[in-house]
Design a protein around this ligand. Structure first.
Ligand code: NAP
Length: 480
């Protein structure tokens, strides 16, 4: 009998009809049943958050921060179990899941300590005996909509800064991986965060998203997910002048120059393209390689990719888990077929994995296409699967031109031993997150996170920048 996970509205666990959350590595396993929230539930949740706002926003920042530390401690106590939940609901390997749970805990501690800072501004006035300063104030009820691929880190990096700034929230998690966000909400309940401050409503994105954006008391939305949904939300939110923050898709390049540390460049590209089944918004999906080492690099990437072990992420030694669900598997296979037509046969992979335990999940071979041209679909559209397009470039300038020739601008990487090239890349690359001699994926929480161009809209998430979305300045001039 599967456990039922109820919605959390105004401090109460709320029942209703349910939907299933299944393990993508073994679809026989139901991870849990989740209550399918209605539009009315969303309205009630926003109203509860609105009612809780005056008291929470007037709670001293250090006291709010102390509650976030408690949430972190509770998550820490359940660390192993939550990581296993994540592998079972999302499919990523257990070590990857543990890394993500650790990050969520660190995020709660990082923003918990912000409760004692909440930095404002104090500057000297031009006028005699005038004291002028600006303080941070919360904005009100914030709606948080999260995707499935980082099911605990993304809810954590929205929820923690929202709460510490004094806002109240309604979180709507992705339907294919709601359990990890539910675990955070459970921890908020256990920690004693007052009723109505945190509300959780799972269910259909279309229904709940429409209800959220229309809900009377809502003041802001922070969304991470696809460009299509983000654009729709932006249009609707703008009609009401809601504050909005969107983090969306990418088509991230890694530039590989002839002067790179070859072995580490191969490792970084394969890691960023394939790990987490390519389901990271910061994954490398284009490797743009200087002509002088192109053939050698392609051969080495293919050799390394063929060694990756695909399977159930709960098992030791597995590198790559399944696609998150049947739809994502279908998307991966569709793009692989497009790749075969436009770019020729892949140099490795290219098929769904079948037979034995594979038949119970959504497994696809890590796939590498070479000689991909800028006009090819695989060079332009996000797959969100373990599919790498390798592209040949004449020289560094050509690498940069190709890398920037897309509508997206989330993350980008360069592999080089030249300091000058690294800085040319840093100043010339159109992306919000850059790495040098590291994989394009794998960011920390202490600095701003987010992209540019079609990948993102609004203030950045994480680090000190997160506070700017979740608070407003009030400026005071005082004559004494
Ligand atoms: P998605 O389909 O846009 O879903 C994201 C969230 O939006 C889910 O909670 C979903 O609910 C909800 N949703 C769906 N339709 C909605 C609507 N009409 N109104 C409001 N909410 C709605 O995206 P996804 O497939 O989960 O995630 C993959 C995408 O996210 C990729 O493009 C990836 O690059 C991007 N991503 C970006 C970042 C970043 O930081 N830039 C990070 C991670 C992922 P349901 O699950 O119920 O449909």
């Amino acid at each position: 009998m599967s456990e039922t996970f109820r919605n959390y509205i105004n401090g109460e666990w709320v029942d209703g009809p349910t939907f299933e959350n299944r393990n993508p590595a073994n679809t026989d396993e139901v991870v849990g049943l989740f209550v399918k929230g209605s539009a009315a539930d969303m309205e009630t949740a926003v109203a509860a958050a609105e009612a809780a706002f005056p008291a929470w926003s007037n709670t001293p920042g250090p006291a709010r921060g102390a509650l976030l530390f408690k949430v972190a401690d509770i998550l820490d106590r359940k660390f192993e179990a939550i990581a296993a939940d994540m592998t079972r609901e999302e499919g990523k390997t257990l070590p990857e899941a543990k890394g993500e749970v650790r990050r969520a805990i660190n995020i709660f501690r990082y923003f918990g300590s912000e409760g004692s800072r909440l930095p404002g501004h104090l500057v000297p006035s031009e006028r005699d005996r005038v004291h002028m300063f600006a303080i941070r104030k919360p904005i009100g009820v914030v709606g948080l909509i999260t995707p499935w691929n980082f099911p605990i880190a993304i809810p954590a990096w929205k929820l923690a800064p929202a709460l510490v700034c004094g806002n109240t929230v309604v979180i709507k998690p992705a339907s294919v991986s709601p359990l990890c966000a539910w675990r955070i909400v459970e921890a908020c309940h256990e920690a004693g965060i007052p009723k109505g401050v945190v509300n959780f409503v799972a269910g259909s994105g279309a229904t709940l998203g429409a209800a959220m954006v229309q809900a009377k008391g809502l003041k802001a939305i922070s969304f991470t997910g696809s460009c299509a949904v983000g654009e729709w939300l932006h249009t609707e939110a703008s009609k009401r002048r809601l504050r909005i923050q969107l983090e969306m898709g990418g088509k991230n390049p890694t530039i590989v120059l002839a002067d790179c540390d070859f072995a580490s460049a191969v490792e970084n590209v394969v890691n960023a393209a394939m790990f987490s089944t390519g389901q990271k918004c910061t994954a490398t999906s284009r490797a743009i390689v200087e002509d002088a080492i192109y053939d050698k690099f392609v051969a080495a990437v293919v050799e390394r990719t063929k060694k990756l072990k695909v399977g159930n992420g709960m098992e030791a030694g597995i590198d790559i888990g399944p696609a998150v669900d049947a739809d994502q598997l279908k998307t991966n296979l569709r793009y692989i077929e497009i790749g075969k037509k436009e770019c020729g046969a892949p140099l490795c992979g290219g098929n769904q994995l079948t037979g034995g335990a594979f038949d119970k999940g959504y497994f696809v071979e890590p796939t590498v296409f070479a000689d991909v041209k800028e006009e090819h679909t695989l060079a332009q559209e996000e797959v969100f699967g373990p599919v790498l397009a390798i592209m040949r470039a004449k020289d560094f300038a050509d690498c940069m031109r190709i890398a920037n020739n897309i509508p997206f601008g989330l993350s980008a990487s360069i592999q080089t031993s030249s300091l000058s090239r690294a800085f040319d890349f840093i100043y010339g690359m159109e992306a919000g997150l850059l790495t040098v001699n590291l994989p394009s994926a794998g960011v920390e929480y202490q600095l701003p996170f987010g992209g540019t161009k079609d990948s993102s809209f609004g203030p950045k998430e994480q680090g000190p920048a997160a506070m700017d979305f979740y608070s407003d300045f009030k400026t005071i001039y005082l004559k004494y």
